[in-house]
Design a protein around this ligand. Structure first.
Ligand SMILES: *Cc1c(COP(=O)(O)O)cnc(C)c1O
Length: 406
């Protein structure tokens, strides 16, 4: 198969063409999330989009295609999920991966050895390990971890690395809850012919719309709020530029880390309740933030929805909500150990964004692979806990924390 027919087949399989958004563009967020892209099955009228649990698809004849050939490269259930995500994000195309890490790793294939990426210094530990231990140490890419709240520091990093091809930012950051000015960073990246990639896992497109603020690529750990039930590992990339997308799509098919159809079907189910979950989890988080702030054994509370948070004003300008992630520092390390041991409703577990509230100890768990100098400088210490506020009755969560902190 020559290059161009391969590319056109790839396009057809993935539904890169034929995304007709005119039908759904006027809908509100929840309507889009609930009714999806195609929504109900056109053949049977099934309200729940069908699960096409098939690895391969028969061709009508040589040179003809149903639009699908092999589920690593495209599957109807996965495509419905991707189109729903793209529509919610306002992107051209989304691709679904078997994890957030797989999505980020495949995205990095857009770059090569000698290219530099500026990444936020307060970053998910798994992403740090992927960047530093794999792509830098083994594949010759360069990463500089900078404080994106300080635009002069970003300018200095750009001057030091003229080979910068992209900025990679999480905002709010994990676990210190810094907020970055997405529009200012997009402008700065574009002045230097670099692209801005935003990891939108903590807020989702329901609360934060990076494309509207100038970002070029949005990535997700779909495992978190988008799934929301702590039962699927999944990830997404969302792109808005056709040229970038063509290259990324080739990498996606070649890499082979596509999301399986059953997981895609569960994710379509999850998206239907995304907006109500986000709203209620945020309400719960606001109540818990107030409780923690007045607690005598709590030294510091980091929640972007707290009016005392240094980036509160920026958050209200660039986001429509604050999410439900809270970090807090207790008075002693022993207290931290007591809390982890005593919580009954809240589970001591990694991950976040689900119906069940989870608490974690970032220094040892989620950020264990980040060097001590970096975590020390950020304030990720042996008294810092990170809480993902779930959907339980908030009074029960407060009682649980209150007993654990006593
Ligand atoms: C969890 C997480 C990831 C990694 O996603 P997986 O689905 O666990 O591979 C990336 N970024 C952020 C912000 C995360 O919280």
């Amino acid at each position: 198969m020559d290059e161009s027919s391969f590319a056109s087949l790839a396009k057809e399989i993935a539904g890169l063409t034929g995304i007709d958004r005119t039908r759904n563009d006027a809908w509100g967020y929840s309507t889009k999330a609930i009714h999806g892209y195609q929504g109900r099955d056109p053949q049977t009228g099934a309200i729940s989009y069908p699960l096409y649990q098939s690895a391969t698809f028969a061709h009508p004849a040589l040179g003809e295609s149903t639009g699908f050939a092999y589920s690593r490269c495209g599957n109807p259930t996965v495509l419905e999920l991707e189109n729903t995500i793209a529509q919610l994000e306002g992107g051209l195309k989304a691709l679904a991966f078997s994890s957030g890490t797989a999505a980020i790793s495949t995205l990095l294939k857009l770059f090569g050895s000698g290219d530099c990426i500026l990444a936020c210094d307060d970053i998910y530990g798994g992403t740090y390990r992927l960047f530093h231990d794999v792509y830098q140490d083994r594949y010759g890419m360069e990463f500089d971890f900078v404080d994106f709240t300080d635009l002069d520091a970003v300018r200095a990093a750009l001057a030091a690395h003229p080979n910068t091809r992209a900025f990679f930012v999480e905002t709010p950051t994990n676990p210190m809850m810094h907020v970055f000015d997405i529009r200012a960073l997009a402008d700065l990246a574009h002045q230097h012919n670099a692209i801005l990639v935003v990891d939108n896992t903590f807020l989702t497109s329901y609360f934060q719309r990076p494309f509207d603020l100038g970002a070029d690529v949005v990535v997700y750990s779909g495992t978190k709020y988008l799934c929301g039930h702590n039962d699927v590992i999944c990830g997404f990339t969302v792109l808005k530029d056709e040229t970038l997308l063509q290259r990324h799509f080739t990498d996606y098919m070649s890499e082979g880390s596509a999301l399986p159809p059953f997981e895609a079907w569960l994710m379509l189910r999850s998206l239907k309740t995304l907006s109500v979950r986000m709203d209620r989890q945020e309400q719960n988080a606001c109540r818990i933030c107030e409780f923690l702030k007045q607690h005598p054994h709590v030294a510091d509370v980091y929640y972007v929805g707290d009016p005392d948070h240094p980036d509160y004003e920026l958050s209200t300008r660039q986001c429509s909500g604050f999410g439900a992630m809270i970090s807090f520092r207790v008075d002693t390390h022993q207290r931290l150990l007591d809390v982890l041991e005593r919580v009954k409703i809240i589970a001591f577990a990694e991950s976040l964004g689900g119906t069940e509230s989870l608490i974690t100890f970032p220094q040892v768990q989620t950020h264990g692979s980040i060097p001590d100098e970096m975590t020390d400088a950020l304030g990720i210490d042996d008294r810092l806990l990170r809480l993902s506020v779930g959907l339980e009755d908030v009074d029960d969560l407060i009682s649980d924390l209150s007993a654990a902190l006593a």
